[in-house]
Design a binder for this molecule. Structure first.
Ligand SMILES: O=C(O)COP(=O)(O)O
Ligand SMILES: [Mg+2]
Length: 223
């Protein structure tokens, strides 16, 4: 058994499969700007570095070139307005997520979320899932000047909750989660089922590779 007091979770691709809602918002943005819709696998590969990068990657694919600042800004505003309407609709949790989070809380583990998704969208998602009370701290990609793969948000959570990074576990689906945790001096679990630009999460060298969220209970709660 691994002994950690604080578990920091990624959100998209780790707790929820948010690509359906992100795809809706991306395609609404593309339609508004006169472009053809993007297919689901493409959107899946564009997630991971926050909304600005998602919008930039979608626009670059549609235009065949990098957007200028004005186009990017207009597209981001269109995306935000569309995503605001759907972010908390029809949420799908990966198998085992809700039960395992509840078991970790019952065992006295402290839980936090560090996502690259802009913070404004996150409270509604957690409220719609009944998870608002489970996490002591929630940081979005724009909560601090740096987002994952910077270790800054992970270390900020430890400082705020007065916890030692050496007794903290990061759990995520992307190399950004693994790199952030490694730079923060934290152990990290890489989940295989999320979004990692189509790459194998094992390649970034997490301490554990799990294909099932419920396996976290075996890692953290059995002795
Ligand atoms: O919004 C993103 O690009 C990714 O979000 P995540 O950090 O929760 O996976
Ligand atoms: Mg993720």
């Amino acid at each position: 058994m691994a002994d950690f007091d604080l578990i920091q979770f990624d959100l998209d691709g780790t707790l929820i499969d948010s690509v359906p809602q992100l795809q809706l918002a991306v395609n609404q943005m593309l339609a508004q700007l006169g472009h053809a819709p993007a297919a689901e696998p493409a959107v899946r590969h564009w997630v991971g570095n926050g909304a600005d990068m998602l919008v930039r990657r979608a626009l670059t694919a549609a235009l065949g070139a990098e957007p200028d600042a004005g186009a990017q800004q207009a597209a981001r505003a269109a995306f935000d307005a569309a995503y605001d309407k759907v972010a908390d609709q029809g949420l799908v949790f990966y198998p085992g997520v809700l039960d395992t989070l509840a078991a970790l809380r019952r065992a006295g583990k402290r839980l936090a979320i560090v996502t690259n998704k802009p913070y404004r969208f996150v409270p509604a998602i957690l409220a719609a899932s009944g998870l608002s009370e489970q996490f002591e701290l929630v940081l979005g990609g724009d909560s601090l000047p740096e987002k994952k793969p910077s270790p800054a948000p992970l270390l900020h959570v430890c400082r705020t909750l007065d916890m030692d990074p050496a007794r903290t576990l990061m759990v995520g689906d992307s190399e950004n989660d693994v790199l952030a945790a490694q730079a923060a001096g934290m152990a990290v679990v890489g989940l295989t089922y999320g979004y990692n630009y189509g790459r194998d999460i094992a390649d970034s060298g997490p301490d554990w590779v799990l294909s099932d969220f419920a396996a976290l209970a075996d890692l953290l709660l059995t002795d």
